[in-house]
Design a protein around this ligand. Structure first.
Ligand code: TYM
Length: 337
């Protein structure tokens, strides 16, 4: 019996942070046991905003190594670099030609990111969700594990598959593309900034103190948590809309310490910040230590990383070419000789 398929990815822009791990990668690690899992480093997405060419390839490798360090096992999943499988760009073009412009113009992330870019908004930034749809649809993914912020992009991928490809070029009995489901877990799906509990932790926040990256050394983690925004109230609790920072920090503690939300809420109900922050820092350092150790080992063995990425690419290529050919044929292109 074939296992249901999973596809996901992270952009190699800047260092991966706790949100990327807890919202996305942590879930992949579980899914690889039960699903045919493909995870890629989405480097083509990383160039939709101005980027440094001297860093792109290195950042992609570091990101791939972090996937492995977080627990992705190349014997149970395929890890690859998106741009090395050209079918992503090809399918993106085919999907571009059937996707209405106004679907893209209403994407929240486009609106937010384009404000930051000022006059320098690229066509690629607008087209970003179509490339993401291509990533997903190429692998006939059943499930796409992502954080909350990607929900709208997932809905777009579903609409493109259903309304623009299957309805026009397929039939009910013979759909061209599989329509994927998002997988957004309740815990960790929206990790917030350490400096503002109302905005999400993000790689693009100019304030580095707003996020903890997976490779931050212990002293940096301690410092960032010490400076994290709090409120004057004593005692930590979940769900108080007037205390977003408290909710976020307690949520992080519940996951990173492994004790869970109920135990964390009980343990910290009467605690002052001076007692809580060192606890959170200790739990964070302890959770990241094995990832950092494994990451160092992987980066010291480039041949092994090459091997993993090339075998991941081969597996991805086979599946992706198959789907691409199906879409080409449904849209009326002659088979490739
Ligand atoms: P990216 O690189 O911004 O983020 C990667 C993953 O991390 C999740 N995430 C968060 N989760 C919880 N709290 C946060 N603060 C937080 N910040 C980020 C994101 O939801 C995402 O799951 N467009 C995607 C990358 C992509 C992709 C794909 C994902 C391209 N093609 C195909 C899935 C399938 C993105 O920019 O993610």
């Amino acid at each position: 019996m074939t296992r249901p398929r999973v596809l996901s990815g992270v952009q190699p822009t800047g260092a991966l942070h706790l949100g990327n791990w807890l919202g996305a990668i942590r879930n992949w690690v579980e899914l690889q046991n039960s699903h045919d899992t493909f995870v890629c480093v989405v480097d083509l997405h990383a160039i939709t905003v101005p980027h440094d060419p001297a860093k792109l390839a290195g950042d992609s490798r570091t990101t791939a190594a972090l996937y492995l360090a977080c627990g992705m096992d190349p014997d149970r999943c395929s890890v690859f670099i998106q741009s090395e499988v050209s079918a992503h760009s090809e399918l993106c073009w085919l999907l571009n030609c059937v996707t209405p412009l106004n679907w893209l113009e209403r994407m929240i992330q486009f609106k937010e990111k384009s404000v930051k870019q000022g006059d320098n908004v690229s066509v690629g930034l607008l087209d970003y969700p179509v490339l993401m749809a291509a990533d997903i649809l190429l692998y006939d993914a059943d499930l796409v594990p992502v954080g909350e912020d990607q929900k709208q992009h997932l809905e777009l991928a579903r609409d493109i598959a259903q309304q623009r490809i299957n309805a026009r070029f397929g039939s009910e009995e013979r759909p061209v593309l599989k329509v994927p489901e998002p997988l957004i877990l309740k815990e960790g799906a929206r990790v917030m900034s350490l400096t503002d509990g109302r905005s999400k932790m993000s790689k693009s926040d100019p304030n580095e103190g707003s996020r903890i990256t997976l490779l931050d050394p212990p002293e940096v983690i301690n410092k960032k948590i010490k400076r994290a925004k709090t409120d004057p109230q004593r005692g930590l609790e979940f769900g108080n809309p007037d205390r977003p920072e408290t909710d976020n920090l307690l949520g992080l503690y519940a996951i990173l310490s492994g004790c869970g939300r109920d135990a964390a809420a009980e343990q910290c109900a009467e605690m002052g910040w001076g007692q809580f922050k060192p606890l959170l820092a200790e739990a964070t350092v302890a959770a990241l230590e094995p990832i950092q150790q494994r990451h160092r080992e992987l980066m010291a063995d480039p041949a092994e990383l090459d091997r993993v990425l090339s075998s991941g690419r081969e597996r991805a290529e086979t599946v992706a070419q198959n789907t691409l050919e199906r879409v080409r044929s449904a849209m009326g292109f002659a088979p490739r000789a």
